[in-house]
Ligand binder design. Structure first.
Ligand code: XIL
Length: 301
């Protein structure tokens, strides 16, 4: 194959993906790059709680349908993102104070999302719980951890997702897992605890990899430490300040060298549409031309 996805798949990996949504799908030069280079899409914002259930029980799938339909029509996989996250969370959820209500609300939200897209897409919808750890590896304070008094909301969420779509591949996802650090070790402990009861609830570990320039020294060790869980490992939101060729090459090599590393997703295509646009962190420039870092990635593949 050619292009990022074609070459990556030829190495035995599942896909090279990108974040997208209607705002970027509707830009022709961006869409053309997605068609030629990318094997899977992650909804950048449209599947988040504030977009899909901004008031209780009232679901709006307009944006996520557009993303999933585009992916299906163009033969791309979809990574679902994200079912439980403290951010981009409507205030009606964050103000819930009792466990019974919050349990029902989590289950209903996940049933809605997973039910909507079950069997309707090309390939597998991957759903994630996002950013639940502090830098020291402890559980982040959020409505979820506060109301449940700890991490047991994780079991509730993954059980609901498994029941709603037994074929979905379920991920836990976080940022700053870029070396074998305390946060990474906290996540690994939780994964082993949740899966240790005899029923596997978590299938994969996602590392976002929003990296600083020169920030790839620990990345190979991090991917290997995540792989030691025995689960699939995915790089889910890759962008690198300055888009330095050697940093991109280090990430690609770390994934190629670890058989359990199954996919890399870039957090967008062109610098102009990046959430970190001022840092030029992506592989295509503001005119949708491939940058030196793109050529370095292609060479590393
Ligand atoms: C970002 C989007 O790229 C922005 O458009 C939005 O304004 C904020 O969220 N971690 C995540 C992603 O899991 O969902 C975030 O995406 C970036 C950080």
């Amino acid at each position: 194959g050619s292009g990022l996805n074609g070459k990556f798949v030829a190495k035995g990996k599942k896909f090279w993906g990108s974040a997208a949504d209607s705002n970027t799908l509707n830009i022709a030069s961006n869409a053309n790059i997605l068609k030629a280079e990318i094997g899977a899409l992650t909804p950048e914002n449209s599947m988040k709680w504030d977009s899909t259930e901004s008031s209780r029980g009232s679901f709006n799938y307009g944006g996520s349908d557009a993303l999933v339909n585009w992916a299906t029509s163009n033969g791309k996989l979809v990574r679902g993102h994200t079912f439980v996250w403290h951010s981009q969370l409507p205030s009606w959820v964050s103000s819930i104070g009792d466990r019974t209500t919050l349990t029902t609300v989590i289950q209903n939200h996940i049933n809605g999302l997973a039910g909507r897209y079950k069997g309707k897409i090309y390939g597998t919808l991957l759903l994630s719980i996002n950013e639940m750890f502090n830098e020291d590896g402890a559980i982040r304070s959020s409505v979820f951890s506060n109301v449940f008094g700890g991490d047991s909301f994780v079991n509730v969420a993954f059980q609901a997702a498994r029941a709603a779509d037994p074929n979905a591949i379920l991920y836990i996802n976080d940022y700053n897992l870029d070396s074998n650090n305390a946060k990474l070790q906290g996540l690994v402990r939780l994964v082993n605890k949740v899966n240790g009861g005899g029923t596997r609830l978590i299938d994969g570990v996602g590392t976002q990899m929003h990296l600083q320039q020169g920030g790839t020294g620990g990345v190979a060790a991090a991917i290997n430490a995540l792989a030691a869980t025995g689960l699939d490992v995915a790089v889910t939101e890759l962008d690198i300040v300055g888009a330095q060729s050697n940093d991109y090459t280090a990430v690609v090599r770390a994934c190629l060298n670890q058989p359990r590393c199954v996919s890399i997703t870039s957090w967008g295509i062109s610098d102009t549409n990046s959430w970190r646009a001022s840092s030029s962190p992506l592989l295509w420039d503001t005119s949708y031309r491939p940058k030196a870092a793109y050529n370095a990635v292609i060479s590393a593949l």
